[in-house]
Write a protein that binds this ligand. Structure first.
Ligand code: G3H
Length: 538
């Protein structure tokens, strides 16, 4: 063990401002506007940040969360169903400007919890400080943008159309009860980018936090309780099979917002007794390739490929998970890529300039070691010094070369710091890889020849949701559509698209005659309806 030997700190070495100050026992869950206290079995929260204890590394249990049962899960669902009340509840019928006011209140209170949330993100999922702060800030900006976009949509709907003798107005209304589940890598951002649009559109929610990245909700529980009418948002904890299955089997979930694996999503979705009643908004697996053409600018390519494959240790759905490099420039690329990987600082999430941090998933380092061994068996080598070294939850990035189709890492989503590099002779080999892949989220092309890039765009535009030129794959900016094909996604998210995903249009129409016009005019003039109206929300 070389580079990772002393990577973990002792408790005393953790800077005072990031100390946790004790075990966090989190027994509360939110149902029907009440914070209930769970007295049953608890789930231990193990931090990826272990402690050094002399020559040993000690696991670090930082807290615990409830392991609720089907009973509490159903209570949460019943509260959401009651608050929706077949679309007649206070929340779904509330005027849009009042719903927005609730979300604005929530946002204001949420911002006060920034430090507490950021600290817990570092301890629970090992995300470094700048990225944890960015996750928080990006989420608050997303909420502000959502409110702005919703007002814009509402203003543009504040009019009547008159077509073929039919006068009509179109508005957007909620779908019903939404089940929102997020991923551990962006437990705040990716969850809230479905939960907030679902809420503000008038749906009621059952929210189950991700597997890891759970304690950080604790500082927000009161905020959720205080900012929304009872039953509008319900927060449950526990194992998926005990808490989520029963919800879906009830047939009372109308929208399923889930970020995770396609296998997990399919298992839950198929439990719904009336599949046509369920709308799904899913962000799933990906194996985004980088395609490096012979004339690529290697400085740009290397910096984008390092960030693309190893930001947050490669634990991004949008990460570059396989790099195809034209064999003529493979050596030159690797000669720059390897030193750039080796420059990434390893350490604890709060340390200055740290890029590579410990991994939150139990068993992950063993899985990644297995991938490396499998690739070695089929002829690849780890070509960077210390690559694949493990210390407890830490895995030093491994660059594998030359990777081929026999290896698991060629098709499997590693979701971690293993970077497979495949040399190719003919671009058709890469096109074939993308076409045959089970996933279709994004890809990156690195090159300078417009003709060749245009050819690739045209070959691959029907395979993925986004093609990046001389840039890594990424979700943002959030105003752009974020989606995927095949097993990578269902539906499209962006600030505007999410509002559409969690709503349906209601058309209110009448035949164009004097009597009907008079009725409509009276309703509008006297502000008799929340829906049929001409007022503007500024
Ligand atoms: O894990 C998937 C995230 O949505 C990726 O977002 O590309 O901004 O890191 P990002």
């Amino acid at each position: 063990m070389a580079v990772l030997k002393d990577v973990f700190p002792s408790l005393a070495e953790v800077p005072a401002e990031w100390q946790l100050n004790g075990f966090i026992e989190q027994r509360e869950y939110l149902v029907g506007g009440e914070l209930c206290t769970w007295q049953g079995e608890m789930n231990e929260v193990m931090s990826p940040v272990s402690f050094s204890d002399g020559d040993r590394v000690k696991k670090n249990i930082i807290g615990s969360t409830p392991l609720l049962t089907e009973k509490e899960s159903m209570q949460a669902l019943d509260a959401a169903v009651l608050a929706y009340n077949n679309g007649t509840g206070e929340w779904p019928t509330m005027s849009l400007s009042n719903r927005i006011a609730h979300v604005e209140q929530f946002l204001m209170e949420m911002k006060k919890q920034r430090t507490a949330v950021v600290k817990l993100l570092m301890w629970e999922i090992g995300k470094n400080l700048p990225d944890s702060e960015k996750e928080f800030d990006r989420t608050t900006i997303y909420i502000e943008d959502t409110i702005r976009e919703l007002k814009r949509i509402d203003r543009s709907n504040s009019k009547f159309e008159n077509e073929e003798g039919v006068i009509a107005q179109v508005r957007r209304v909620p779908l019903g009860v939404a089940l929102c589940m997020g991923p551990y890598n962006y437990p705040l951002n990716e969850t809230f980018t479905t939960l907030i649009p679902a809420l503000v559109m008038g749906n009621t929610i059952v929210f189950k936090p991700a597997k890891y990245g759970v304690l950080f909700i604790k500082p927000l529980l009161n905020v959720f309780r205080d900012c929304f009418p009872k039953g509008v948002i319900n927060i449950i904890y526990g194992r998926g099979r005990e808490t989520v299955g029963v919800l879906m089997e009830s047939g009372k979930i109308d929208v399923f917002a889930f970020i995770g694996t396609n296998k997990g999503a399919s298992e839950i979705k198929k439990l719904h007794p009336k599949p046509h009643r369920l709308r799904s908004v899913l962000g799933l697996d990906a194996k985004n390739p980088a395609i490096i053409l012979p004339d690529a600018d290697l400085d740009i390519t290397v910096s984008e490929c390092v960030a693309g494959s190893l930001s947050f240790n490669g634990q991004r759905c949008t990460a570059l998970k396989i790099i195809f490099v034209q064999e003529e420039i493979a050596e030159r690329f690797l000669a720059k890529f390897i030193p750039a990987v080796n420059k990434l600082k390893v350490g604890m999430p709060w340390e200055d300039g740290v890029k590579i941090t410990p991994l939150p998933e139990p068993g992950k380092t063993e899985y990644l070691t297995g991938l490396v061994k499998d690739a070695e068996y089929f002829g690849a080598a780890v070509i960077n010094e210390n690559g694949g070294e493990v210390n407890d939850t830490f895995f030093y990035p491994a660059v594998l070369y030359p990777v081929n189709a026999q290896m698991k890492v060629y098709t499997e989503e590693q979701f971690g710091p293993v970077v497979p590099v495949v040399p190719y002779k003919n671009i058709e080999e890469v096109i074939d890889y993308v076409v045959q892949s089970n996933f279709g989220q994004q890809l990156s092309i690195f090159g300078n020849d417009p003709k060749q890039i245009a050819h690739l765009i045209d070959e691959l535009a029907n395979q993925v949701g986004r093609i990046n030129i001389n840039a890594q794959c990424q979700r943002g900016p959030d105003v752009f559509p974020f989606n995927g094909r095949k097993d990578s996604a269902e539906g499209t998210l962006s600030v505007a698209d999410a509002l559409r995903a969690f709503s349906i249009r209601i058309l209110i129409s009448t035949k164009d005659n004097a009597a009907n016009k008079a009725i409509v005019q009276t309703i509008v003039k006297e502000h008799q309806s929340n829906y049929l109206r001409l007022d503007y929300i500024f």
